[in-house]
Design a protein around this ligand. Structure first.
Ligand code: DX5
Ligand code: ZN
Length: 241
């Protein structure tokens, strides 16, 4: 697999990589699920924090992440905040062991720059995310200040939805802007990534592929990851980056 070198802490990692989202894991056995994903070679785990306000679903927060950190001391934790007032969760997430904290631009719009600085001051890397309806142009001025941009390819809130393929154009736009601005953020994609769609996301230029139901839903983590990785390899063989 061809590797790309971007980002800071993860600069030596082989990209693109699959980041399993625990949203589709068995919540009664999260520690076991995390360890299984790690055994299958996943170092990056995606943790979906929802508040039943910014999105209509409710998941888990820093207390659960703190326990997961104990279960998986070496995993890289990326927390995807789908919450209003993300500022209030910065310190609790840092204390719980999150390495990269992603907030939604729509949750704080003009407060984004100060939130970026707050997250950095708490020793974490910073991600910014946009919902399907938000154009990338809205976050253009933050691109040089973040480590990751998360492109949502479904409406945030629930796992198992179908990808909105038109959102992949944002990935192409972000690649162009990254070059133009000499920025270094990673491009992450989240929503509806499965055996059929993962190649489209990779071909568009996504480097971190979040997958929830495609990894965890039938309990066959090993076989599921093998299929997804196979599709990535197939796409990379036919694409010149
Ligand atoms: C949805 C979450 C995703 C979710 C994706 O709002 O942000 O991370 O787990 O689930 P799948 O991969 O099933 O679309
Ligand atoms: Zn997510």
């Amino acid at each position: 697999m061809k590797s790309t070198k971007l980002g800071s802490n993860v600069s030596s990692w082989e990209l693109p990589l699959i980041a399993p989202s625990l949203l589709s894991a068995d919540f009664a056995a999260l520690g076991t699920e995390v360890r299984r994903a790690l055994r299958e070679g996943c170092r990056w785990l995606h943790l979906d924090v929802m508040d039943n306000h910014f999105v209509p679903n409710l998941t888990f927060g820093p207390p659960v992440i703190r326990c997961l950190r104990k279960a998986a001391p070496k995993a890289f934790f990326d927390a995807h905040l789908m919450v209003d007032n993300p500022e209030t969760l910065v310190k609790p997430c840092a204390d719980a062991g999150v390495e990269l904290l992603t907030f939604h631009y729509e949750a704080c719009s003009e407060r984004s720059q100060s939130l970026i600085e707050l997250i950095r001051n708490h020793g974490m890397q910073v991600g910014i995310s946009v919902r399907p309806a938000t154009p990338v142009g809205r976050i253009e001025s933050y691109l040089r200040h973040v480590d990751l941009v998360l492109v949502m390819t479904v409406e945030p809130g629930f796992g198992g939805q179908a990808m909105i393929p038109s959102c992949l154009n944002k990935i192409r736009t972000l690649k162009r802007l990254r070059e133009k601005q000499h920025a270094r953020f990673l491009i992450q994609v989240d929503g509806g990534i499965n055996e059929t769609t993962i190649g489209l996301a990779v071909a568009a230029g996504a480097e971190v592929l979040v997958a929830g139901s495609a990894v965890f839903s039938n309990g066959e983590i090993s076989a599921n990851l093998a299929k997804l990785r196979g599709e990535i390899r197939k796409t990379l063989r036919g694409t010149s980056f």
